[in-house]
Design a binder for this molecule. Structure first.
Ligand code: FE
Length: 166
């Protein structure tokens, strides 16, 4: 009988631990998604076009060679279409031939966040705006020097500020 009681109390303690761990994970999760700019889907829908919403907020992808900026060569800064965070400059933009705007580095490391994306049966590294959490695209290890990286970004995730307008 004692053994049974011990087993039951151990189970209870264990399940409490699991519960409190879950709570901890939940609050960590909230912190991770607690970006500086934090809006509900309804609020985003009021300021984004349907295409921008689908890509930035629902991790969509525009068709290759269809976006506004894949072949765009003006000098300036590319900012997040959701929140205006400065993400990339024309200095690091290059023609990767993939049909999406491609950069070999972000404006600074803190501007762009990364997370593992296992969707569509692939393992890729998703890139997001670190100010609002908006989905930008993916980063791949097949870029040019000096970083060897290709930040492959949806045009719809970006707005452009011309150099003389900065
Ligand atoms: Fe943003």
């Amino acid at each position: 009988m004692r053994k049974v009681l011990f087993a039951i109390s151990t189970l209870i303690i264990f399940s409490c631990n699991v519960k409190s761990q879950n709570n901890t994970n939940m609050s960590d999760q909230n912190k991770k998604t607690g970006y500086e700019v934090n809006k509900s889907d309804d609020e985003w829908k009021q300021i984004l076009t349907p295409v921008e919403f689908q890509i930035l907020r629902e991790k969509g992808t525009e068709y290759a060679f269809t976006g506004e900026y894949f072949d765009h060569k003006e000098k300036g800064t590319y900012v997040c279409a959701g929140c205006g965070n400065e993400l990339f400059t024309s200095e690091s933009k290059y023609d990767s031939g993939c049909g999406w705007p491609s950069f070999y580095e972000p404006l600074s490391e803190e501007k762009v966040g990364e997370s593992e994306d296992r969707s569509l049966g692939m393992v890729r590294t998703e890139i997001v705006c670190n100010n609002c959490g908006g989905h930008l695209g993916h980063v791949f290890p097949d870029g040019p020097k000096p970083t060897g990286l290709r930040y492959c970004v949806n045009s719809a995730s970006l707005d452009f500020k011309k150099k003389d307008q900065e």
